[in-house]
Design a protein around this ligand. Structure first.
Ligand SMILES: [Zn+2]
Length: 217
């Protein structure tokens, strides 16, 4: 908390002057082109690892980067995710949605261990209960990685399927104005990997892969 508060002071003193005009402009409106869905994990910092600026990303973060199906959202606290999806896709008109999992994810570890406990965390993770089955369907997914990391990769892919259950996403996809991406952030390497449907695997986003992604946009 101390660092957070000091960081705000530091930002105001050092960085804010150069951001001022940008924020003054952004205060009038926002037009991010991407809804970025990531884990609440403190080490996963999209603005840092993707060099994005204020106004670039509409962000949804929760433990385990979970997107419950629309049906599940109607009857649970997961409605917040559905609301963020509707706002970003329908109101803001984002063109891309990125679901970004990551290595060493505590939520994935909970799911692998089946710790449960009956509390809110267990109830929240139930929205991702089908990710373990998804992992079983994808035995060739990064076999060298530990099970919770492979689960995080399968889980990010399955969240794209959950996204498709949401009416705003289905509409935008059928109109050809939305793309869905599954990414995975490797903490140890501070590297981001993107799912390549044609290759059937996650691929390190180096300059070559970045070009490949950009060429499709
Ligand atoms: Zn996590």
């Amino acid at each position: 908390m101390r660092k957070l508060v000091q960081g705000i002071v530091k930002f105001r003193r050092e960085a804010r002057p150069e951001y001022r005009a940008q924020f003054a402009h952004l205060a009038l409106d926002q037009k991010p082109d991407t809804l970025f869905i990531a884990c609440s994990d403190s080490r996963v910092v999209p603005n840092t690892f993707a060099s994005t600026d204020p106004g670039d990303l509409f962000v949804l973060r929760n433990p385990g980067n979970i997107v419950p199906s629309e049906e599940a959202s109607r009857v649970s606290a997961a409605a917040g995710a559905a609301a963020a999806v509707e706002f970003a896709v329908r109101r803001l008109g984002v063109t891309d949605v990125v679901v970004c999992g990551h290595s060493d994810c505590g939520a994935m570890k909970e799911m692998v261990s089946g710790a449960g406990g009956g509390g809110p965390l267990a109830a929240w993770l139930e929205a991702a209960g089908d990710s373990l089955r998804e992992l079983d369907r994808r035995p060739d997914l990064s076999p060298e990685r530990p099970r919770h990391d492979r689960l995080a990769q399968a889980h990010a892919l399955l969240q794209l399927e959950h996204l498709k259950t949401h009416a705003p996403v289905r509409e935008a996809l059928s109109a050809g104005r939305l793309r869905l991406h599954a990414w995975w952030f490797d903490l140890a390497g501070a590297d981001v990997h993107a799912w390549e449907p044609e290759l059937g695997r996650y691929t390190l986003i180096d300059e070559k892969e970045a070009e490949r992604i950009l060429s499709r946009l």
